[in-house]
Design a protein around this ligand. Structure first.
Ligand code: MEV
Length: 440
């Protein structure tokens, strides 16, 4: 049995001390330390920025930083930065982007920029009376939070609405102040949480100062934004005449392709096993852009899946249809992104991503991320309903295997050609490479 030892005061140790302790868990502590140190950025300033982002940083974890060119969105061409570890995602996005660039491109729009936050509290007094007082409470809370909201209001944002919700159906005496916010180009988590914490104190003060109310009836519980941004939706779509889909695979008409494609999306609208994988394919693109621009992909993921289940059944985030002449494919999802604040400026690569994209505002960034999600969804379904997914995946898999086996460019060229029409497996590639090396 391993001994359980609680490390006291770990966070107060120096980075090198922490590294030393962590490396001690490995079979070869010294080489582990060297390896972890080697991934730290050579520029001390950047090292400091990265260390400041998270607690107990002992190294940096690089992921591929890629770009997908030819994203033609609302009449403008973008090169989209993507950070993702899955080998086929950027290739798929790029291929779909090029495909749609000559078919009118992506059309995108934002439906609302409203973000939500909640003060959860217990109120043991008369809830009806509190409801009646809400117009006055709202004025009071707006005044109370003025110090927090002044700067945001100058940027065109602020608190939009504050409502009292009686949720005693869930828990005895449980109420919420449900507020809607406009956070302009910021994702706004800090702003919203600060406002909500002010609401908690403000409501306490109001109840204490106002005749007929007692602050002892009030017990604040939690003040936190909601990552379910159902008022902050983005839509991206593509459409084209059916004949422009002819010959996606040799011998298949555009109509036949579109018919199979629409069936695939319909299945994902009804079958949860398929819907989750379908939506995962969308998030491949969305998350990669969200991560590359320093936004919070967990927030986007959580919100997207709740939105996908809003009818009570988890469904596809995208929908497809065909009429007599045309094919239509659309993605709608919540997407509370920021183009300022957070990591977007702080992380040197997130800042560069924004520059590569031409410094988009939050709305434009939402549309770019949605178009990328739709592109990945299109690429996945195009493969699945025609050639199958493995052909493309295996090509990328082959290059990973060649890298693991440290194949030279010459060896890789021979092996790529050899496996062009054969099944790829680690063992088959290793055997072929060993054969090549034996011959030399
Ligand atoms: C793999 O990362 C994503 C897919 O599974 C998506 C899908 O099945 O639609 C290919």
């Amino acid at each position: 049995m391993t001994e359980k030892k609680i490390l006291q005061g770990f966070s107060r140790l120096t980075p090198l001390e922490k590294l030393h302790i962590a490396a001690g868990n490995c079979a070869h502590p010294e080489t582990t330390e060297e390896l972890l140190l080697s991934f730290l950025h050579p520029d001390p300033q950047i090292r400091e920025i990265l260390a400041g982002i998270s607690e107990n940083t002992i190294s940096a974890y690089p992921l591929p930083y890629s770009v997908a060119p030819n994203f033609f969105i609302n009449g403008r061409m973008y090169m989209v930065p993507m950070v993702v570890e899955e080998s086929s995602v950027v290739a798929a996005a790029s291929s779909a982007a090029r495909f749609w660039a000559v078919r009118g491109g992506f059309h995108a729009q934002v439906h609302g920029m409203v973000k939500n936050g909640q003060l959860h509290f217990l109120y043991r007094g008369d809830g009806g009376k509190l409801q009646e007082a809400m117009p006055e409470v709202e004025i009071y809370l707006r005044k109370f939070t003025a110090v927090v909201t002044a700067k945001m209001e100058k940027r065109g944002g602020g608190i939009k609405t504050i409502r009292l919700k009686n949720r005693t159906d869930i828990l005895p005496h449980y109420y919420q102040l449900h507020a809607e916010f406009d956070t302009s180009d910021a994702m706004g988590a800090n702003f919203i949480n600060s406002c909500l914490e002010e609401f908690a104190s403000g409501l306490d003060q109001y109840l204490g100062d106002t005749p007929g109310f007692h602050k002892s009836d009030y017990e604040p519980l939690m003040a936190i934004l909601s990552n379910y941004s159902d008022g902050c939706l983005v839509e991206a779509s593509v459409h084209c005449p059916l004949r422009q889909l002819d010959e996606i695979v040799p011998g298949m008409t555009g109509l036949e392709f579109a018919r199979r494609f629409v069936m695939a999306v319909d299945i994902a609208s009804s079958d949860v096993y398929r819907a989750v994988t379908h939506n995962k394919g969308i998030m491949n693109g969305v998350d990669a852009v969200v991560l590359a621009t320093g936004n919070d992909f967990r927030a986007i993921e959580a919100g997207a899946h709740a939105w996908a289940a809003r009818s009570g059944q988890y469904r596809s985030l995208s929908r497809a249809s065909l009429d007599e002449h045309d094919f239509h494919f659309t993605l709608t999802m919540p997407m509370a992104l920021g183009s300022i604040g957070g990591l977007t400026r702080l992380h040197p690569l997130a800042a560069k991503s924004m520059e590569i994209l031409g410094m988009p505002g939050a709305r434009e960034l939402m549309m770019i991320a949605a178009a990328t999600g739709l592109a990945n969804n299109f690429a996945a379904l195009r493969s699945l309903t025609t050639t199958g997914i493995q052909a493309g995946h295996m090509r990328m898999h082959l290059s990973n295997i060649l890298m693991q086996l440290k194949a030279t460019p010459e060896e890789s060229a021979v092996i790529n050609e050899y496996f062009a029409d054969k099944k790829v497996s680690y063992q088959a590639v290793a055997d072929k490479l060993a054969g090549l090396r034996n011959k030399q």
